[in-house]
Design a binder for this molecule. Sequence first.
Ligand SMILES: C[S@@+](CC[C@H](N)C(=O)[O-])C[C@H]1O[C@@H](n2cnc3c(N)ncnc32)[C@H](O)[C@@H]1O
Length: 261
Amino acid sequence: MLPFLVQKMQNHMRRRLWSSPLSIVPFPLRPEAKRDRTIAAEITAYEKSAGFAHSAGSLPLRTLLRVEQLLTGTSLASAETGCGKSTILLSRISSSHKVFCLDDRNEGSNSSVAYFMNCAATRMETLEIVFGPTQLTLPAYTDHIPYDLVFIDGPHGFPFPELEYYFFYPHLKTGGLLVIDDIHIPTVGRLADFISEDRMFAKVEFIGATAVFRRTDAPVFDPFGDGWWLQDFNRRRADFARDIHLCDGRRHAPINFEGKF
Ligand SMILES: C[S@@+](CC[C@H](N)C(=O)[O-])C[C@H]1O[C@@H](n2cnc3c(N)ncnc32)[C@H](O)[C@@H]1O
């Protein structure tokens, strides 16, 4: 076990490296796209002209290429919540890619929809775009297919990623990837912690603040029942001898994010 400070520095370095643009990363550390050899260069060129991200923030290309490396199979079916740079890449490596996002094209150059739509590398014909808040569109959506990849990066407030997880987890293929971004947000991190311990998933790796899990062959947890007592996250923690089960975060002063988000 590394001393706490060394571990903190190591995590900090790792986060810095993974969030830096692909072009400044030394060659041996660059993930190489396998399916589509030109896409990395095309997106890098687009980043130079349009910026590394739209206003909602984008995944580093390195992270996306690493996810691609972890995908198995050829004719891929995928879905994502939110959109942007990830949509450009997934339009190229999937045969069918569903995008559940807000239509923010009225935001001009800040728009995440315009970011992927204006990019010449995007293959629009592979995309099915479902506009609207996922809180409304996912419960109403009935055309799910078995997915090789589900990527959760839409609204990040609690319990929205959980809600999206609920509507997607029954549709992941055995061996398919579940990717959850922004696990540094405490509630999103808790979701990743839960999934890390769930039998339906095996943790593959954390790439900076992005968690990647692979669907195991465990049966689908009944989405219409209860069964909290069957879930390992609960089985490891339930202690009915304790009167209080909550960590009281109120002793910390809330961080002020005014003007940042
Ligand atoms: C962090 S960005 C996604 C970044 C993207 N994955 C990329 O690589 O560029 C979050 C996205 O979620 C969208 N979003 C925010 N709230 C949403 C909601 N309630 N329903 C659907 N999409 C939402 C935003 O418009 C934005 O496109």
